[in-house]
Design a protein around this ligand. Structure first.
Ligand SMILES: Cc1ncc(COP(=O)(O)O)c(C=O)c1O
Length: 379
């Protein structure tokens, strides 16, 4: 049991998850690529408007598939934001590519395209963007920059399912995009993810890479008379049991988004005056972007104020958290040449950011407690 009355995250189910898992077991098809997998893929593909969506064991694995699809080699470079989860860089680094860290914008905390000209080299093969908090990056600038140079754009859309940028769904903008269904995301299945393939030329190899480097998908469609080892690949296919759970969540997506929008708006409406008084900044959602309501974060005026607020909330039974250690300053990032001062915005915000409890089932009275605790705080 948690020592917190209000934890940072609490997994939510709509109820149908259990029926679908039972149905899956009864059907006798519990391994991957069964009917539940295909139903999930159709829904995600419809949301994102992709060419083809493949469920994967995680967003991290979908990012690894991107590295394999682009045939990344040692010496290749991949530009990633420094302010992100490790997988955005690690999935490429394990294939020998070198992550090149870009600083983020101080408002949206998304990769700042103004830094791209300085970071790009002859060896740059991809730019990986992260739509932080499910709020789209400056995609027109990034796509134009990459397009002029023949560099692939990959969207790490772990936070951004159901969000859009200038009317276009997040996940539909890069050649490839990845989704996460980890228990902390809007739509969950414990551990899980998806690869959205937008470039039609990559669809067939994506299927092969997900299926241990075999053409088993073509065999099951009757397109070849046996399946065999045809490419690099790994075991990136989740079980149909996982997909059964996920299907119920995906079908409940409108309800999930309604609940999350409620939580987000209640924080936003209640905290504006207090934030101005204590010098904190609320999330920035540009008017041309529809957000995913993935999280609610505050930027406190100083690292000390962040520490004091975390303690203040903890003493009231409320679990708030912070992230990310900038990748360029992490032990691994330093091995790739990361040094203090290289991404000053990421360095600054990582010490001031705080994430408030945010989950589908955060009801009004429990949230009121959190808000009252915040309103009673002065640095
Ligand atoms: C931006 C980002 N990318 C990738 C991941 C990895 O997702 P998964 O746990 O599904 O591998 C996360 C996880 O939180 C994330 O926040």
């Amino acid at each position: 049991m948690s020592t917190y009355a209000t934890t940072f995250n609490r997994p939510w189910t709509c109820g149908r998850e259990y029926d679908y898992v039972r149905e899956c077991v009864a059907s006798g098809h519990t391994s991957g690529n069964g009917p539940f997998t295909r139903r999930c893929e159709a829904i995600v593909n419809g949301i994102v408007g992709g060419q083809r969506t493949l469920l994967t064991t995680s967003c991290t694995d979908a990012l690894e598939m991107c590295a394999l699809l682009l045939r990344l080699q040692p010496g290749d470079e991949v530009i990633v934001p420094s302010f992100t989860f490790v997988s955005t860089a690690n999935a490429f680094a394990i294939f020998g590519a070198r992550p090149v860290f870009a600083d983020v914008r101080p408002d949206t905390l998304n990769l700042d395209p103004a830094h791209l000209p300085r970071l790009v080299t002859e060896r740059t093969r991809a730019i990986v963007v992260v739509h932080y908090a499910g709020i789209g990056c400056d995609m027109d600038e990034i796509l134009a920059f990459a397009g002029e140079r023949g560099i692939a754009v990959i969207e790490d859309n772990a936070h951004g399912l159901m969000a859009s940028y200038r009317g276009r769904p997040l996940g539909s903008l890069g050649a490839l995009a990845t989704q996460s269904f980890h228990e902390t995301k809007n739509v969950i299945c414990g551990e899980g993810g998806a690869l959205v393939v937008n470039d039609p030329e990559l669809v067939e190899r994506a299927e092969i890479i997900r299926d241990k480097g075999t053409d088993r998908a073509r065999f099951f469609r009757g397109e070849v008379d046996k399946y065999t080892w045809v490419d690099l690949g790994s075991s990136y296919l989740p079980s149909d049991l996982t997909a059964a759970f996920l299907l119920a969540q995906l079908e409940a997506r409108d309800e999930i988004q309604r609940l999350r929008a409620g939580v987000w708006n209640r924080y936003h409406d209640a905290l504006g005056g207090w934030a101005r008084e204590v010098g904190a900044a609320l999330p920035c959602v540009p008017a041309d972007r529809q957000q995913a309501y993935h999280m609610f974060h505050l930027l406190m005026p100083t690292p000390a104020a962040r520490g004091a607020l975390l303690t203040h909330l903890r003493e009231r039974g409320i679990q708030a958290v912070f992230h990310y250690v900038p990748l360029h300053l992490a032990e691994m990032g330093r091995r790739y040449g990361g040094r203090t001062g290289a991404c000053p915005v990421a360095e600054d915000v990582s010490e001031r950011l705080i994430r408030l409890p945010f989950f589908n089932g955060l009801g009004e009275s429990e949230q009121r407690n959190v808000i009252d605790a915040l309103l009673s705080f002065r640095p």
